[in-house]
Design a protein around this ligand. Structure first.
Ligand SMILES: *Cc1c(COP(=O)(O)O)cnc(C)c1O
Length: 484
């Protein structure tokens, strides 16, 4: 039942004291003429309403959540505790910098840590999420080519294994996407890449996810970035999947010029349900003068004092978001980085990769693995084409069956190059027992596909709603309550 349907006139939760200051009368033109339909409820009913809604959702705290490419790791509570400190929450972005030195230090230290982790020279915290970061990085590349007197460089190479946001961001940035097919091993086809690049002065650059969305680390990575640089392009690294390599391999060392990270994935800030996220963008020195927003510097130009302050880049491309991005998300990420430290960060990645390989090996007999890798990185892709052909049970049916077992399904039907794809990313924070339980569920569902496929076509049966019209929900969303 919706909160509006539970509303009863006269009930309410406000317990404000009587107003003891003058009540200002707004001007006639500013007063609304239609009725304001706010739900009226007692506090206990409102509290129950939201608790009930929360129970209907599946979060990392409810159960296993191997949603590929989303890095649904456990978000340590200490992050929340630190981010809730009044020194971080009760500040205003326009406060004099001398009164918020701690907040500036958070931005500075996070930038420095991310530079070290990625091999970049500078970071901005402004972008609000991964795709926003991609867009920012592409604008940096565009600004660079324009400043070099090469406005014709408008084409960006995006391999077919890229995350869907990559080509979308490129188009948003006014670039034309050139798709390059992968090899049958799921890696970038070097010959095809050379063919596109050689002598082409319209190439703005390349966008690459490494490890890619199939969970494969491209062993030719240095050769790939060299090919792009040789033809005058810039290399953009989609670092959303950094969980696989942090502390082990750095985009900067692989030859990339700029990168975005998803703090709301690798760096353990909660996500799902729409945010808030944070997609900081890092770049090498030659792109730094175009960075958006402000960076933290050691001297305050106004007062001449040696305190932390903000400065704009010389040829800044402008603002990507108001002020300093989603600051509290950055606080959580820095807490996480400091809790793990130099030893913990590579350890987290190592276990993420180990967990993915453990699951992949255990499921390999029952499920075909796309691209048949010997080892995967942080995630692996199952291809259910065989089950679909032999039993009629699709990746979607298995996903629905998982819901009945309190497991969030893997990412479905992605990458697009695999037809019945289920892409699973278990993350480092899951115990062997959780992985073993999930493996058993996957194996049982596969058996069920062969013994009683109809059961899986009916699933889920234990969730608050069963099969939904997903296409209808996407094409004709009902987002508004209609009052009678
Ligand atoms: C999640 C993801 C993105 C997009 O990040 P958002 O924060 O959802 O915008 C981009 N690329 C890859 C590889 C991702 O996994």
């Amino acid at each position: 039942m919706l909160v509006f349907e539970k509303s009863r006139p006269g009930r309410g939760v406000s317990a404000l004291p009587e107003c003891d200051v003058e009540i200002l009368k707004p001007e006639e033109k500013d007063i609304r003429t239609s009725e304001l339909h706010l739900p009226e409820m007692a506090e206990v009913d409102l509290s129950r309403h939201y608790t009930e809604l929360a129970k209907k959702a599946h979060g990392v705290n409810d159960g296993f959540y191997p949603l590929g490419s989303c890095t649904m790791k456990y978000n340590p509570r200490v992050n929340e505790k630190i981010a809730a400190l009044p020194g971080f929450t009760d500040v205003h972005p326009l406060q004099p910098v001398s009164t918020v030195q701690g907040c500036l230090r958070v931005i500075k230290e996070t930038s420095e840590a991310l530079c070290e982790i990625t091999g970049m020279n500078q970071f901005t915290m402004q972008p609000a999420a991964g795709a926003h970061g991609e867009f920012t990085g592409l604008l940096l590349i565009k600004a660079y080519h324009l400043a070099n007197g090469e406005p014709q460089r408008t084409k960006i190479i995006v391999p077919d294994s890229a995350h869907g946001t990559n080509p979308a961001s490129a188009v948003m940035a006014g670039m034309e996407v050139i798709n390059v097919d992968s090899t049958d091993k799921g890696l970038v086809d070097l010959d095809k890449l050379r063919e596109v690049c050689e002598g082409n002065d319209q190439i703005a650059g390349l966008m690459l996810t490494n490890p890619n969305t199939a969970g494969l680390f491209d062993p030719n990575i240095k050769e790939i970035t060299d090919i792009i640089h040789e033809c005058g392009g810039q290399c953009y690294y989609d670092g959303a999947n950094l969980n696989a390599v942090m502390g082990w391999a750095r985009p900067g060392d692989m030859g990339f010029d700029c990168v975005h990270l998803n703090l709301h994935k690798t760096f353990s800030t909660p996500h799902g349900g729409g945010g808030p996220g944070s997609g900081p963008v890092g770049c090498k020195e030659h792109l730094a003068k175009f960075m958006p927003g402000v960076k933290v510097v050691d001297k305050d130009a106004h007062s001449g004092k040696d305190i932390l302050s903000f400065a704009k880049a010389e040829e800044s491309l402008g603002e990507m978001k108001s002020f300093y991005g989603n600051f509290l998300v950055v606080v959580k990420a820095l807490t996480y980085i400091k809790m793990l430290g130099k030893e913990g960060i590579p350890e987290a990645s190592k276990n993420a990769v180990l967990n993915a390989n453990y699951m992949m090996q255990k499921l390999k007999g029952a499920y075909d693995m796309a691209f048949e890798p010997e080892v995967c990185m942080h995630e692996f892709v199952m291809d259910l084409s065989r089950q679909a052909k032999e039993t009629g049970v699709t990746a979607m049916d298995i996903a629905k069956g998982l819901l009945d077992n309190n497991i969030h399904p893997p990412t479905m039907y992605f990458p697009l190059t695999v037809h019945e794809a289920l892409m699973a990313e278990p993350c480092e924070t899951e115990s062997k027992e959780t992985l073993d339980d999930a493996i058993n569920v996957f194996l049982e569902l596969n058996d069920l596909a062969y013994s009683d496929p109809e059961k899986l076509h009916q699933a889920p049966v234990k969730t608050p709603v069963t099969r939904l019209d997903e296409v209808g929900a996407a094409r004709h969303p009902v987002l508004k309550y209609e009052f009678e």
